[in-house]
Design a protein around this ligand. Sequence first.
Ligand SMILES: Cc1ncc(COP(=O)(O)O)c(C=O)c1O
Length: 370
Amino acid sequence: MTVPFLDLTRGYHRIRDEILLAVERTLESGWYILGQEVAGFEREFAEYCGTHYAVGVGSGTDALHLALRACGVKPGEGVVAVPNTAVPTVSAIVAAQACPVFVDIDPRTMTLDPEQLRRRLAASGASPRITAVVPVHLYGGAADMGPILEVAREYGLKVIEDAAQAHGVEYGGRKVGSLGDAGCFSFYPTKNLGACGDAGIVVTNDAGVAERLRMLRNYGEQSKYCSRTDGFNSRLDELHAAMLRVKLRHLEEWIRERRQRAALYTELLAAEPIALPLEPPGERHGYHLYVVRSPHRDALQSHLQSRGIATIVHYPTPVHRQPAYLALGHAGGSFPEAERACAEVLSLPLYPELTEAEVRRVAEAVRSAR
Ligand SMILES: Cc1ncc(COP(=O)(O)O)c(C=O)c1O
């Protein structure tokens, strides 16, 4: 038995009829850009997250880029990010003409370490002037938002959450994405809530941020053919919105299924010499990915591959060591915890349609790697 890392067709077949109805309804409407489906999905997703507003955009990367601009980040200002994230967290900061400032992670959660954030901000003569922070809710585990928000308030930083991997994740009883000034989601097809192509959204409680986002995604237009600001074309389109409305109705069920499979992995792997994902008190992990850590990661991955089990490393190279960002001047060893995480992490197959037999097969193969 081979186990693929992910099979999106299984998810599609569960809801095929509903999806095709939504597609048909949209095609028959004759209205394909910024219509009722986008408005409806924005309303429903904002309600799901517990925010006043949601603004659909073209991708998760655009969500971050436009949210940074809408929150008032200016060219040349510093924006804090962690190195062990998807490159788009950082490329969005650069797209907003700001300067990425890396801060290391807490090794337990593999997310931004609030203490190191405080130390970086307190460093005298800090340059560039840091005006925002982008905590990443990595793998579906929440960044430690309580202390992060406290530090941000103390230093007057905007908080733009990267919730691309964290649909439905809860921190202190609230959905992540709703905790900072803006929360950015990706609907890349593999995400907990995935489109059939590229799409994204920003949620916020700030009417001004929402208004600026609506302009920024649509040529800067405040009203038809009246551009009040410089802008872009980054609209969520009607077809994606119509399909996402269907999928949103199933999201809680899918998160439950992800959590059941994760719990089974955790039970079966508890005695292994590898670190398993954490779910701190007060958090509901979304298990976008089930990520284990081993100092012998590459050997473990080869072993699993030889048993027909596909795994992925999210992410092998920290962003500050990517060729595109070497010019920022951070040598290897600058962010030891993030670098160690990149060398040790391994994502096992996990999605709602993964069968119990497949979970057991993967766990058995991990156990046989000893
Ligand atoms: C943490 C993180 N941030 C940002 C993004 C960018 O999202 P997208 O691929 O929709 O542009 C992704 C998605 O891959 C991600 O995982």
